[in-house]
Every structure is written in structure tokens, then in C-alpha cells.
Design a binder for this molecule. Sequence first.
Ligand SMILES: Cc1cc2nc3c(=O)[nH]c(=O)nc-3n(C[C@H](O)[C@H](O)[C@H](O)COP(=O)(O)O)c2cc1C
Length: 440
Amino acid sequence: MTRRMHLNLFIQSRGHHEASWRHPAASPLPLTDIRYYQDVAQRAEAGLFDSIFLADQLALDGDVERAGRSWLEPITVLAALATGTRKVGLIATASTTYSEPFNLARQFASIDHMSGGRAGWNIVTSWLAAAARNYGGDRQVSHADRYARGEEFVAVVKALWDSWADDAVLDDREHGRYARADRIRPINHEGEHYKVAGPLNMPRSPQGRPVFVQAGSSDTGRRFAARHAEAVFTAQMEKATAQAFYTDLKALAAAEGRDVGQVLILPGLSPLIAGTEAEAQRQARELNDLTDPEVGRKRLSGRFGGHDFSHLPLDKPLSPEDFPDPRTVEAARSRTEVIVGLVKREKPTLRQLLAYLAGARGHYTTAGTPEQIADLMESWFEDGAADGFNVMPPVLPAMLDVFVAEVIPLLQKRGLFRTEYEGETLRDHYGLDRPAGAWN
Ligand SMILES: Cc1cc2nc3c(=O)[nH]c(=O)nc-3n(C[C@H](O)[C@H](O)[C@H](O)COP(=O)(O)O)c2cc1C
């Protein structure tokens, strides 16, 4: 079978550019209005995207005075999207550090039932230091402990999802038998962090297990992804680093005994598209003119676990010594590596760095014509950098519409992207096997 590109739409705020929320082309709806999310998801479905994705963090950022975000709790939003869409996959973030496996297994299995098999879970360990303070802790759980707990959490969730055999439900009204008790069993998990008896109080969901997505890129994060993830989101600033990441992760997955075709790698891509390159560049400048460097400075501080950057002048070239060593960062470690790497290579001023990060927070941003964007996507896809993309339009929905109208037809013409949905579930769209489960 020909290899096809997979596309996920990352829905955040009114777009991924930091200033999107106030851009004239952004949606007029409030960021708490479910119609906004339904509208964008329906546009993605009309464009035949594999899936949409909603991120989440468990604390309010300090920049709320000047920054608009997605405010609704994402699993709740997925429930609304399950009934407001028919085909597109539905992925949301949920934390292994600040939730219980039994709750989470029920929630995602419910979404999978409600959507006819379209649910995916982005497994995060929650890097934001402020989140700890909302869950009874004064100090953040360390990077290593977060991943250790995540490992056990995922094992429990898998066992719960497999605790019912696919044929456990009879729903036989005539003979008065609802289920086969011998096809439902407890999990009796007792580990270092969790003690869960099971079984789940719900039949196995259409996909068997909702799709596992993961987005950690540190050394530990990659090993975690290699063991569990079926789709991997990643932020890469260059094709060369994306290729290195792709090669490394596929090798780690193979070393875990996995079929590498069952581990999709989807780097972020934030494209600004216009009829000419000059017009695309003009639109990029227009967006950047709406940013506030002090918002960017606060966000940068959050990435580095609350490090104080307030003394750094905006217009002096930066050096790596202006940043904490990424190896000591307990927050989003891999993203700090991306940022310090950029500073080493290009020595930007703080203003230039913040303008770059305002685009899509360290994901690949580009401005160009539809042909240029399609060429770029094709070259990453063909040259071992990506199995598809996590598309992050700078402004929603306007810049998604341009992508759907102008870039997708080019990808289709080149045989790189589907021309209709060929299956029903997210596993069908991603070409992932349905897990057999623990029964025979
Ligand atoms: C596309 C993408 C989406 C992410 N979404 C979330 C999210 O919703 N919530 C969160 O806490 N972290 C999110 N992250 C961060 C990762 O889960 C991870 O914590 C971060 O990349 C640092 O990983 P590391 O500690 O392994 O380096 C996301 C990362 C990427 C690349």
C-alpha cells in the first residue's frame, strides 16, 4: 500500500500565534463557546484531517491579562465534538501526574464509545511547576518521578481497557442475560504508586484501546514514547533535527520489539500561507506586530521552570549562559533544549527569540505559497523526518481554511493524502492495528 501522510489539527486559542486571539481574521466567538471548537473541528473534518487535538495544562498562566487561551476542559470538549462531528479523530491531553488511572480510563473509553471509535489520549506528565500547587503539593514532582509514575499509570489504564473481553456484552433481552461474567475480570494491580482492583465499570470500547499519543522528547520522554506511543507529537525547528528525532525514535521503538509502522511521528508545522511569498511575509510581520514581549518573557520563564529572565535586555544578543542548563530543568526539558540550541546557533536578541517563539512556541514556522508549503511537507515526509504533521495554523479558522483550500488539494494531486475517509475510527485513519487485548 502506498504510504500516506497523516494530518492532525492542533486547536489552541484562536490560533497558534501568541497574538492570534486579537487578530482581525480570528474567530469572533468567545474562547469559552463550544461552537468555536465545533466549527473548527468540522472544518478539519471537511479537509479530511485524521484528527484534531486539544492540549491542556493544570494551572492558570501569569500572563492572562494579555493572552487568550483555550479555557474549556478538553475531555469535556471532546464529548461535545463526538456528537458534532462524524469522522475526524478526537485527541486530548490528560495528565498522569495529577489524575487517577481509573477516572481517566473511564473518560477516554466513554469518548471512544460516544464517537464510534475516534478517541486518542495525549499522555502528559505535566511539566508546569504551578500545576503542583493545585494538587496538594508545594513542589513539582521531579522529571524522573513523573515519568516513573506515568509508566505505571499507563500499564493500569491498558489493563482496565482490556478488563472486558470484546464479546462480554450479550444484551440478550429474551433470555435475561446482559453480560458474560466469565468475560470480565479484575486487574488486581498493586504497584508503587497505584492500587486498582478493576475491572472497569464499562464494556471495552470500539477501538479496544483509544490511541496513545505522546509528546515528550527528552531522553526519558523518548523511551516512554517508544514503549507506548502510537502517534508522537514533537517540536522541531529544522528538518535535520526532525530527521535525527525520527530515526532515533523509530530505532528505540524497534528495540522495544515494536513494528515501527505502528509508531507515527508528527512534527509541528505552523504555516502562514498566501498567494506570494512576499504577502505571506507581510502577514507574518503583521502578526508579530501584535505581540507583547513581556508576555513572551513570562512564557519563557514558565518553560524553564520559573527562571527569572526579567533582567535581560531585549536588544542585546543572547548567549547560552543566559539560560539554565536544560539538563537541570524539571519542566519541559526537551523544549528548553530546542531554545538553547537556537540561541547557540543564531545568537538572537531576546526580542528576536521571543518573536520566533511567538509564532508557535518552538515548533517549525514557515511563511510561503501553497506550493512551497506542499513541497516542504513532501520533502520532510519523503526524507525520513515525518509520517505526517501536527498542523498548527497561526490564526483560526482563517489560516486553517487556506490550508484546506490550497495545500490539501496539492498533497492529494501528488498522491500523498487521502481524497476521502476510508475508515471509521482513528485507528483506521492512522493505519494502526486494533489491540487484541488480553483475551482469546
Ligand atoms: C505538540 C505538543 C503538545 C503538547 N501538549 C501538552 C499538553 O497539552 N500539556 C502538557 O502539559 N504538555 C504538553 N506538551 C509537552 C510534552 O508533553 C512534554 O512535557 C514536553 O515536551 C517536555 O517533555 P520532556 O520533559 O520529555 O522533555 C506538548 C508537547 C508537544 C510537542
